[in-house]
Design a protein around this ligand. Structure first.
Ligand code: SF4
Length: 82
């Protein structure tokens, strides 16, 4: 899990959520490919236990929606690159 630093927040997390809000076709294509891998991954888990909507990666703890749209953050399970 990446340490939560100012650089990580402003350099990775905020840009990823920017991409969630303001959809870019290139990022969306990447997000679809990554999302498909995450959907079939044994590490995917609900953000809130027993609630089906909203998933996170069990390795890094990041919500999948933002994670797959991050240009700078790779899969901690090395299933897809940065
Ligand atoms: S980011 Fe990687 S390890 Fe995490 S759920 Fe997706 S494929 Fe699995």
């Amino acid at each position: 899990m990446e340490k939560l630093t100012i650089e990580h927040v402003f350099g990775t997390i905020i840009p990823a959520w920017y991409n969630v809000v303001f959809r870019d076709p290139e990022v969306e294509k990447l997000a679809l490919e990554r999302g498909e891998i995450c959907r079939n991954c044994e590490n995917i888990t609900p953000i809130i236990r027993d609630v089906k909507k909203g998933k996170k990666c069990g390795l890094c703890g990041c919500p999948i929606m933002g994670l797959v749209r991050s240009r700078d953050y790779g899969c901690e399970g090395k299933k897809w690159p940065r």
